[in-house]
Design a protein around this ligand. Structure first.
Ligand code: 4AD
Length: 507
């Protein structure tokens, strides 16, 4: 029997055996200090020459990053240590030594490509560990929310014969000699199941051949798609709001250690507890262009302020770096030098981010000011728009011509459909897309033709309108998008264990 770091508090003052890997190591003449990670957490362990004897101390001296071992010792309360405890080892057993581990303790010292090429190892770093645990809690929270409400989980097929979200992002494949596509969405099948079960949700992999190398696009991602019989778009929006509040609050409750490791500003996440503003598309356009303020905030003015802050931030960081470098040159102890070097790396990372803002914001402002009504918002437009709100925003009643064929027309206004997108705050952009579904079979027939979709593939779908059609609605949440927002990550590449995106198939 061995113990886990997560439960170490229950062994205070007792002996425990931990099994794990070396996440950090430093040594003095008579002590070796290891940060051990065992999957459940990280903990400082001290191997003292006097406690383990010469032979084991020699074995411990050969340990380096990511060597694996078992450590037995006494669990001592020590407030200064992460987690509040330290293991004072009395014995150790090495499973395996690890030589020249290619990822430094401070992953900021590497470029993105170096890390992405080593994703199979990068997953072990503290940040990635935290992200994957948040992801896990989000998944649990999603199932918990729907199961508690009596929704039935269904698995939609992955090989499909039709395009649900337009023909431009389909991955074609060979299905016994027939052309098939990897599913872009389980929605159409979800609609069929909702007519059998009432309330359902899918939770499955989704594929989009988006040749866009952006922080928001993956080629393979996980989508959760509830579909509800007898729901209109108002009820749909109520459900989205309750759902997102539930999931985010669960992460705040279950993942304090992980959010701290990610340096996530939890107060900002708590913004979900306000009610989510619901803005018709036509108003959203005015807000974006700076023609309509929100609570005294003007979208364009906010961007100008962000730009000025980024410029100032770069200057401040450069000054800070210069001071630290001068101090390092003047000479300091190894520990202090390491600390300052790590800090400099972090400051440089911030600078890179702010430089990107300085490059981007003027373009964003231009694009926002000149936004043509009737079009879809681009990534930057979403950022500009949401910056003036503290809570997630629901934009509804979208132009018909930019939305999918299945969305229901607004009564008396065929140019708009009852679609809704949920935009996350802090620039994270769209995380949910949904709608009330068209029930009029004649309108659907016309739309399928207009979208140049193959009618034969949709015959089964039209049956849902022929046999007991009812009002219904649903939405899709992109799992990685909500993980990104929750964790405060720059890019979706860190939100999924092995990302598949334009230009990235390995590892
Ligand atoms: O807005 P989308 O395309 O909606 C649908 O697929 C509908 N069938 C959903 C429904 O009503 N049942 O996609 C839904 C969500 C987006 O809001 C986004 O979070 C995510 O899926 N998503 C992506 N995530 C990562 N990479 C991509 N390339 C994504 N495309 C969409």
């Amino acid at each position: 029997m061995h113990q886990y770091i997560k439960e170490i508090a229950t062994h205070e003052g007792q002996q425990a055996t931990l099994k794990g890997w070396v996440a950090n190591i430093r040594e003095s003449k008579t002590n070796i200090f290891i940060v051990l990670r065992d999957g459940t957490g990280f903990m400082q362990c001290v191997i003292g020459l006097d406690d383990v004897g010469e032979a084991q101390f020699e074995a411990a001296k050969r340990l380096s990053l990511e060597s694996s071992l078992a450590l037995t010792g006494n669990v001592i309360k020590d407030e200064r240590q992460m987690g509040g405890y330290e293991l004072q080892a009395t014995a150790l057993e090495v499973y395996s030594y690890s030589k020249d581990y290619p990822i430094k303790v401070n992953e900021n010292e590497h470029g993105v490509r170096h890390l992405a090429d080593r994703r199979h190892l990068w997953l072990r770093s503290k940040r990635q560990w935290a992200v994957m645990r948040v992801r896990n809690q989000i998944i649990m929270g999603i199932h918990e929310f729907f199961q508690n409400k009596g929704f039935v989980q269904m698995d939609a097929p992955i090989f499909t014969g039709n395009a649900c979200e337009g023909t431009t992002t389909l991955f074609a494949t060979d299905f016994f000699g027939e052309e098939a596509f990897l599913s872009q969405s389980g929605q159409l099948y979800g609609e069929a199941m909702a007519m059998a079960q009432g309330l359902i949700y899918t939770f499955g992999p989704t594929f989009r051949a988006e040749k866009s190398d952006t922080p928001r696009h993956l080629a393979e991602f996980w989508m959760i798609e509830p579909e509800m019989a007898f729901y209109d778009n108002e009820m749909n929006m109520d459900l989205i709001e309750g759902f997102i509040k539930h999931v985010i609050n669960r992460v705040i409750e279950k993942c304090p250690v992980e959010l701290e490791a990610l340096e996530r500003d939890v107060e900002k996440l708590k913004g979900v507890n306000q009610s989510f503003p619901r803005v018709p598309y036509t108003d959203a356009v005015k807000i974006l262009r700076g023609e309509q303020d929100v609570n005294g905030r003007n979208a364009i003015a906010v961007q100008e302020a962000d730009l000025a802050a980024a410029k100032q931030g770069i200057e401040d960081n450069l000054k800070d770096i210069a001071e630290r470098e001068t101090a390092i040159k003047a000479g300091m102890k190894k520990g202090a030098r390491k600390f300052n070097e790590a800090k400099i790396a972090a400051l440089r990372k911030e600078i890179a981010y702010m430089e990107e803002q300085v490059r981007n914001i003027p373009k964003w402002i231009e694009s926002a000011k000149n936004f043509k009504g009737g079009e879809d918002f681009g990534g930057s437009d979403e950022t500009v728009l949401t910056r003036v709100f503290d809570a997630p925003v629901m934009v509804y009643n979208w132009p018909t011509k930019i939305k999918a064929f299945y969305m229901k027309e607004v009564e008396g206004d065929p140019d708009h459909v009852k679609g809704v997108d949920l935009l996350a705050p802090e620039g994270y952009g769209e995380i949910v897309g949904g709608s009330e579904r068209e029930t009029d079979i004649d309108i659907l027939l016309r739309k399928i033709k207009e979208h140049e979709l193959p009618m034969s593939e949709f015959e089964w779908y039209l049956d849902l309108r022929r046999f007991g059609s009812v009002p219904h609605a649903g939405f899709g949440l992109g799992l990685e998008r909500i993980v990104r927002w929750c964790c405060g990550l720059d890019h979706l590449r860190e939100t999924i264990p092995f990302p598949r995106r334009y230009g990235r198939l390995l590892p």
